[in-house]
Design a protein around this ligand. Structure first.
Ligand SMILES: *Cc1c(COP(=O)(O)O)cnc(C)c1O
Length: 346
C-alpha cells in the first residue's frame, strides 16, 4: 500500500476537507467557547439551519423561541415542515414553564438570548435542567453576547451557535457562522459536517481569525458606548422604552446579571407615540453616522426600524422598534447624530 493509503500523508485530501485556515478558526472558536468540537458554516443562518438538520429527523418536534433570528424561524416553517418536523414557537422570556410545551417527540430546543430586536432573556439553566432530564438537545444562538460574555456550556447548553459575521469577524466584510458542541454531540456534528461537504472560503476564515485578535477590545468599546447612549436616550422626550438588558428597567435584568458577564453594542428603543412613514423617514434620512442595515456587530453604527411580528404575546406588539448597532465611532458624535435625527420628529 502507498503512503497515502496508509494515512501517512498529512493534510486535507479533498477541497471540502477543511483547509488549515478553517481548521485554525474552528480550533480558536472551540477554545473560546470551551466546547468539544466546532465547525464553521458559510453564514450564521447556515449554522442555524444545519444545526436543525444535523440533530433532528422526520417525526420530531422542535421548540423555538419567538424572538429568534427571523430567517431561522422561516426555515422551520417552510423547510423543516416539508420533512415532517413540527415547530412550536414559545414565549421569548421563557424559563421552567417550557415543560408545558414539551411533547414525547420533542427533540430540540432552540434559544436566542437576548433575542432579536426585542432582547428578551430566557432562563437558560432552568430550561437546560428540564431538557437534560428528558434527553432533549438544547441549542443557543449566542451571537449577541459572543463567547466572551456568555458561556453556554456552563449553563447546560449542548450546542452554541455564532453568526461569525457579527462581532467575531467585526468588520462587516465576512459572512460566516459557527456551531460548537459539547462532548455528547461532537460525533454527530462532525459526521454530519463531513457528509454535507460544507465549504467556507480560506479568505473569510482568515478575516474571522484576524478579527478574533481584537474581539475583547472592540467588545469593551461597543459595550461602553452603547451603555452611554442607551442611558442618555432614557430621558429623551420622544422615547418611551430603551430596551437594553444591562439597564435596570429591562424585564429580565436579574437574569442578565446572573448569567452574563457583559453586554454588547446592540439595543433598541420605542417611541411614546407612533409616527407616519414620512416622519420616520425624515428621522432616518437626517442621520449621518448611522447607516440603515441589518448585519450588526461591525465598526460602523447602524439602525433598523420596524414592527416585530410575534406569535406569542409581546410587550412591543404595536410599537415601532428602532434597533441601534453602536459601532466604534465617538459616542458623543453618535449621540449628537441621534439628537439631530430625533428632532425631525417634532
Ligand atoms: C445576523 C444573525 C444571524 C445570521 O447571521 P448571518 O451570518 O448574517 O447569516 C443569526 N443570528 C442572529 C442573532 C443574528 O443577528
Amino acid at each position: 500500500m502507498c503512503k497515502a493509503g496508509r494515512g501517512e500523508l498529512k493534510g486535507p485530501v479533498y477541497g471540502t476537507d477543511r483547509f488549515p485556515v478553517q481548521r485554525s478558526l474552528e480550533e480558536a472558536l472551540q477554545k473560546l467557547e470551551n466546547g468539544a468540537a466546532c465547525r464553521v458554516f458559510p453564514s450564521g443562518l447556515s449554522a442555524i439551519q444545519n444545526t436543525l438538520l444535523a440533530f433532528c429527523q422526520s417525526g420530531d418536534h422542535v421548540l423555538v423561541v419567538d424572538n429568534a433570528y427571523h430567517p431561522g424561524i422561516s426555515f422551520c416553517q417552510k423547510i423543516l415542515a416539508k420533512f415532517n418536523i413540527e415547530t412550536t414557537f414559545i414565549p421569548p422570556a421563557i424559563g421552567a414553564e417550557i415543560e408545558s410545551y414539551i411533547r414525547d417527540n420533542t427533540r430540540l430546543i432552540l434559544l436566542e438570548s437576548p433575542g432579536s430586536n426585542t432582547f428578551e432573556i430566557q432562563d437558560i439553566p432552568a430550561i437546560t435542567a428540564i431538557a437534560k432530564q428528558k434527553n432533549i438537545i438544547t441549542a443557543l444562538d449566542n451571537t449577541w453576547a459572543t463567547p466572551l460574555y456568555l458561556k453556554p456550556f456552563d449553563l447546560g447548553i449542548d450546542v452554541s451557535i455564532q453568526s461569525v459575521s457579527k462581532y467575531i469577524a467585526g468588520y462587516s466584510d465576512v459572512l460566516l457562522g459557527a456551531v460548537t458542541v459539547n462532548d455528547k454531540y461532537a460525533k454527530t456534528l462532525i459526521n454530519y459536517y463531513r457528509r454535507m461537504e460544507m465549504y467556507t472560503p480560506d479568505s473569510d476564515c482568515y478575516l474571522a481569525l484576524r478579527g478574533m485578535n481584537t474581539l475583547s477590545t472592540r467588545l469593551k468599546q461597543h459595550e461602553q458606548s452603547a451603555l452611554t447612549i442607551a442611558t442618555a436616550l432614557i430621558n429623551h422626550t420622544k422615547i418611551d422604552t430603551v430596551i437594553h438588558p444591562a439597564l435596570p428597567n429591562h424585564p429580565q435584568h436579574s437574569l442578565f446579571l446572573r448569567d452574563f458577564s457583559g453586554s454588547s453594542g446592540l439595543f433598541a428603543f420605542t417611541f411614546k407615540q407612533e409616527y407616519s412613514q414620512e416622519k420616520l423617514g425624515a428621522f432616518i434620512d437626517k442621520l449621518e453616522l448611522f447607516g440603515l442595515g441589518y448585519s450588526w456587530g461591525g465598526y460602523k453604527s447602524l439602525l433598523t426600524a420596524g414592527k416585530q411580528q410575534r406569535k406569542t404575546p409581546s410587550l412591543y406588539s404595536e410599537k415601532t422598534i428602532i434597533r441601534l448597532n453602536i459601532g466604534l465611532e465617538d459616542p458623543q458624535d453618535l449621540m449628537d447624530d441621534l439628537e439631530r435625527g430625533l428632532a425631525q420628529l417634532s
